[in-house]
Design a protein around this ligand. Sequence first.
Ligand SMILES: *Cc1c(COP(=O)(O)O)cnc(C)c1O
Length: 427
Amino acid sequence: MNPSLDRTYAQQQDEEDVLAPLRDRFHLPARKGGTRSIYLCGHSLGLQPKSAASAINEELAAWAELAVDGHFDSKRPWVSYHEQLTPGLARLTGARPSEVIAMNSLTVNLHLMLASFYRPEGERNKILIEKRAFSSDRYAVHSHLEQRGFDPAMTLMEIEPRFGEYIFATEDICESIERHAREIAAIVLPGVQYLSGQCFDMAKIAACARKHGCVIGYDLAHAIGNVPLRLHDWDIDFAVWCGYKYLNAGPGAIGGCFVHERHGIALDMPRFAGWWGHDKTSRFAMPEQFVPLRGAEGWQLSNPSIFAAAPLLASLEIFDQAGMEALRAKSIRLTGYLELLLQASLGDHVAILTPNLIEARGCQLSIRIARAPDEARAIHQQLTHQGFICDWREPDVVRVAPTPLYNSFRDVWDFVAALHSLCIGSP
Ligand SMILES: *Cc1c(COP(=O)(O)O)cnc(C)c1O
């Protein structure tokens, strides 16, 4: 028997894993009876860093003690609180600090970006998305088309994978862009597709879009904190993300935006304006004329919720200590191990939808259990009942994401063993 199929192999991997102690910095959810769940759902809601509570409490205390003076006199003054989030976000996204901003939530940010970057001209008035785009992204794009007086039936372009497939071939995307370039004003694609777990070749697609004069923006909801990003070098126009998936900043956490430097310095760029995006030196003088800040900061509207920002700060500190490179290296091994075990012990009982290529995926594997839909759903419910937290996405996809910050090789082994006994029976 292959030695890696044995649980002692998983245990050995955990013992040799220098990142393993990070698990202890998170609260692992409890199960009835007091044991811990095996949490494989970081793609949906990341776990709570134990340091999040003290980060919030620090601000509650500052509010209690200083009240309005907390804006300027607290340990981390609220007027500039978001600036502390910038370096960590810049490192995770491969951006210059001036290109990123923590603010709002994902869909709001997508609207703000489309308000600036969707600039239809003549027959170049379409927005390209993918057919299985996350509902909120689709709604946002749809509403922008309507808002500008276009019929979405004519101006929303959707690309699909080849017939019967979940996975896009990069050359197909580039070919679509090339073929329709003169009609495409903007492209909005995922970094990592939420359902299939496919990581798009963001660099190549961006190069193709830019070559043909199309604006390119990425939704990084499932990419940030998961896969390496080089947004500046890839020369993309904009990106948006949320903070509660792999970023572990809590339900409804503060999200963020990337705006490439070449747009950030264009102060005449059309945008929805608010006082927090206005020149800091005259913000409180409240002049009539809006003067945007340079960089992504110039897209801010309101002063941010400090209590939403605090857990993100706590979480980014952990990312900085671990380093994205080390996390990615572990992630590749952890997900590869999940794949190996699934194939070796379940064979045809499951199909893995996520690409096998390392560059084309992050933590998540999307699997389909080869049973009638009701039976597959029941197996997922059994897993949940046994304390294995992964999720079910209609029509029939189970998403499983071992994350390098808090998952172990034993988590992966135990999950596959549980799935094995539900699908095939105990060995
Ligand atoms: C999670 C997710 C969202 C969620 O949007 P919010 O505005 O943060 O509620 C949007 N789009 C994608 C692709 C997502 O994965």
